[in-house]
Ligand binder design. Structure first.
Ligand code: NAP
Length: 313
């Protein structure tokens, strides 16, 4: 059975948040798929200019699109708290509760950098920020009676050799841009599976899913990895992704399926069905053994609670 966007059910009356909805990226097309099906979507991004551009393009593509914009910088814990408040306010003003949170925003293999909270930039943006945002939005999600959380992982999680369980404010050893990226994406999966276990235990009507886009030609390379490479290698890398990657629109399909497929088993991980999961129609895919390790997931959860100062559910 091949899933297509025409399988997205009518989402009229549903409220959704999509992080990282910049034009040309996967989040934009996730938002487009949701608004086209009638959902009201809160676009959560770190630049008003880019949020305005995405909203304008979405309104042109989907006349009557119901959209809101909220400033959200996932690399700062304080900014995530402010963003979550703004999202909750926007949700209820528009006739809450919240039905769907898509944790899409991310950075890949950026040059070494510490955030205002003295966390590694990739770990902060890709894991700790989304961990905090999710916890702060749990109440409006639970109020919907059918909340869903979709977190964007990556095939890169499979190359991580261990979970990121070191003390987050301590830099140990040499910085490896790809090593940290793969660990942050492993964290996305450990987070999703542990979140689902905890939601179930708490009896909350919310399901957690993960998705990965395969290889998609977006801004991810230019915004991150290309900045750690010498110019000719960066150009070759970008040309490779453009030539072999699928469109960002197709890259959005796994997240859209995870977000909307009726009755999908909680904790399902969706990715492309083509060769090496690089592209194609979406289907359930498997995560690495390490991503399914409940001990690592529990330890990461506790570390994330300490780091963000929020315990949930
Ligand atoms: N493209 C691929 O082949 C691929 C493969 C595997 C996984 N993924 C995952 O897919 C997701 C989307 O990436 P993409 O490929 O669409 O890349 P993209 O075009 O670079 O989009 C990334 C989005 O994240 C936002 N973002 C970055 N840092 C942020 C921060 N501190 N606070 C809030 N938003 C922030 C970006 O905002 P700005 O526009 O302001 O920078 C942008 O909207 C990521 O989680 C990525 O790891 C992508």
């Amino acid at each position: 059975m091949a899933w297509t966007t025409s399988d997205i059910p009518d989402l009229t009356g549903k409220n959704a948040v999509v992080t990282g909805p910049t034009l040309g990226g996967i989040g934009y097309f996730v938002a487009r798929g949701l608004v086209a099906a009638g959902a009201r979507v809160i676009l959560a991004g770190r630049s008003w200019e880019k949020l305005d551009a995405a909203a304008e393009a979405l309104t042109e593509e989907v006349p009557g699109a119901r959209l809101d914009r909220v400033a959200l910088d996932l690399s700062s814990l304080q900014a995530v708290r402010a963003g979550a408040e703004a999202i909750a306010a926007a949700t209820f003003e528009g006739g809450g509760p919240l039905h769907l949170l898509v944790n899409n925003a991310g950075v890949m293999a950026t040059p070494q950098s510490r955030t205002v909270d003295d966390l590694d930039l990739q770990m902060a943006t890709n894991h700790f920020g989304p961990f905090l945002l999710t916890g702060l939005l749990l109440e409006p999600l639970a109020e919907s009676g059918e909340g869903r959380i979709v977190t964007m992982a990556s095939m890169a999680h499979k190359v991580a050799r261990k979970a990121p369980l070191g003390f987050p404010t301590a830099q140990v050893g040499r910085y490896s841009p790809w090593g940290v990226y793969s660990q942050s994406k492993l964290a996305n999966l450990l987070f999703t599976f542990e979140l689902q276990r905890r939601l179930e235990k708490a009896g909350l009507p919310i399901a957690a899913y993960a998705a990965h886009p395969g290889l998609a030609a977006t801004h991810l390379m230019a915004n991150g990895a290309a900045r750690t490479m010498v110019a000719p290698i960066a150009s070759i890398g970008e040309a490779f992704v453009r030539a072999t990657g699928q469109s960002p629109e197709a890259g959005a399909w796994p997240a859209l399926m995870a977000a909307t497929y009726p009755g999908l088993e909680p904790a399902t991980y969706i990715g492309p069905s083509g060769a090496f999961e690089g592209g194609g129609v979406p289907k359930p895919v498997s995560a690495s053994r390490l991503a399914r390790d409940p001990e690592a997931a529990r330890a990461l959860w506790e570390l994330s609670e300490q780091t963000t100062g929020l315990s949930y559910p």
